[in-house]
Design a protein around this ligand. Structure first.
Ligand SMILES: *Cc1c(COP(=O)(O)O)cnc(C)c1O
Length: 454
């Protein structure tokens, strides 16, 4: 099956030495991983020389496109000047300070301070500790519980996986940890039953109020949610959802945390998903698009309201060796400079995202497709057996995995979450590349329908 002898060698190394994240080790040992070797723009190349359109932006990360020399130069320059120094104990360095200031400029009004981490998961761990610290400083130490959503994704550390609502993650290792509770997700297509999307959106939002009342307002510290659930299957909430959530949040004294790890840095056509939906978070978790994935970095952006309390509180006994790593900060700064100077977020909003959404929706006519939805450069295609009733194929049929396989073999990366195909291309994708993406997706839907018939 392989034409390049190196592929075999790398696959052997994989089998013999590599524990890959979120992978079935038995299957990985049998089949071996696809080895991605190089990339440029929106394209990847594997070790067999196949050119693949990356419809998943690496892993929701890639904003400015692969192969940007400016980012490599920024890292090189910073490594020569100051490759590492910590930001603990009253020290700092120029890149971390300039980055914090830059993020405050693009963040929603009133969000002016950033705690840096190495990843989105660490950002959410920081959030949990900061929420509890905040309420303790306010003299309400019982406000510890964090409300989150079923099928949300907030990372893979103990706190991240607990905050997330992924059953298959909770099953391994006794999660969630105490103090984290979940409410249903606003996933109308999968769970809306006979309700209209708007009725269902209000119902799903009302679950937050129910949970606050059940746990007791005096025990709830925060509600965390992704503006649009990414890993859960690009769940676009019904229009009624966020306005109703905002009403509920206004009624109770709890913090609201927007997990912007996917939605942030332009994915929706606004700088943050919170801008897109008019949310006013007290904290925002960031990562992924912050550096376009060129180097690892995450963080937690904090509102003035929260900052004033924790500043007055003195020490915050929390930090990572790599918090605000100078090389990561320099790359993030350059990434944001490119996003701003090339007006990439504006282009997504006014040009490429409308085109992408229009073209993607053409696939709704396909016999295998029950719904196409999306916002900005996020999209989802629901595979169904019966369009009218939203009936799925039996899970043994593996419709999503079949489709994902056809995509991979036809030069397109689309991910499958169950039978939901999800798409999030790099933000620099052109209209011609959108055409290529949609044409390939259609072909793969045809091949999947054929395979399911047999
Ligand atoms: C990816 C992701 C995370 C976790 O980020 P890591 O860098 O993988 O730790 C958290 N929240 C959301 C919404 C994500 O998509």
């Amino acid at each position: 099956m392989t034409s390049n002898p190196k592929t075999r060698e790398w696959q052997t190394m994989s089998r013999e030495h590599h524990l890959a994240p979120f992978s079935d080790y038995k299957q990985l040992a049998e089949v071996g991983p696809r080895i991605i070797t190089t990339a440029e723009g929106v394209y990847l190349w594997d070790s067999e020389g196949n050119k693949i359109l990356d419809g998943m932006a690496g892993l929701w990360c890639m904003a400015v496109g692969y192969g940007r020399k400016e980012l490599a130069d920024a890292a090189y320059k910073q490594m020569q000047e100051l490759p590492f120094y910590n930001t603990f104990f009253m020290t700092a360095h120029p890149p971390v300070l300039e980055l914090a200031k830059t993020i405050a400029e693009i963040a929603p009004p009133g969000m002016n301070h950033v705690f840096f981490t190495g990843s989105g998961s660490e950002g959410n761990d920081t959030m949990l500790r900061l929420v509890r610290h905040y309420w303790a400083l306010k003299g309400q130490p019982n406000k510890k519980v964090i409300i989150s959503r079923v099928n949300g994704y907030h990372g893979s550390t103990v706190a991240g996986a607990s905050l997330g609502g992924m059953k298959f993650m909770h099953e391994q290792g006794d999660l969630p940890i105490p103090g984290i509770v979940h409410i249903p997700q606003p996933y109308w297509f999968g769970e809306g039953g006979d309700m209209s999307p708007d009725e269902f959106g209000v119902w799903a939002a009302d679950q937050l109020e129910q949970k606050i009342l059940e746990v007791g307002e005096d025990n709830v510290g925060a509600f965390i949610a992704e503006p649009i659930q990414g890993a859960g299957g690009v769940i676009i909430p019904p229009d009624s959802y966020w306005p109703r959530i905002r009403e509920i949040l206004a009624k109770y004294d709890i913090l609201f945390v927007a997990d912007e790890v996917i939605c942030g840095f332009g994915r929706t056509g606004e700088w943050f998903g919170s801008d897109y939906y008019g949310l006013q978070p007290d904290m925002m978790t960031i990562a992924k698009g912050l550096t376009s994935g060129y180097v690892p970095m995450g963080g937690l952006v904090v509102s003035d309201k929260v900052f004033e309390v924790i500043q007055a509180g003195g020490d915050f006994n929390h930090g990572f060796t790599y918090s605000g790593h100078p090389v990561a900060a320099a790359v993030a700064l350059e990434n944001i400079r490119i996003l701003r100077e090339e007006k990439i977020v504006e282009r997504v909003k006014t040009d490429t995202a409308p085109y992408f959404q229009q073209r993607l929706r053409e696939l709704a006519e396909h016999p295998l497709v029950g719904e196409v939805r999306g916002v900005g450069l996020l999209g989802a295609i629901e595979l169904v057996k019966n369009k009218a009733t939203r009936e799925r194929y039996p899970s043994e049929a593996g419709a999503g995995m079949i489709c994902r396989g056809h995509c991979f073999n036809n030069g397109l990366i689309m991910r499958a979450v169950g039978d939901t195909m999800i798409i999030a291309p790099p933000l620099v994708i052109s209209k011609a590349e959108v055409d290529e993406l949609v044409d390939k997706a259609r072909k793969c839907l045809d091949l999947t329908a054929e395979a399911l018939r047999d």
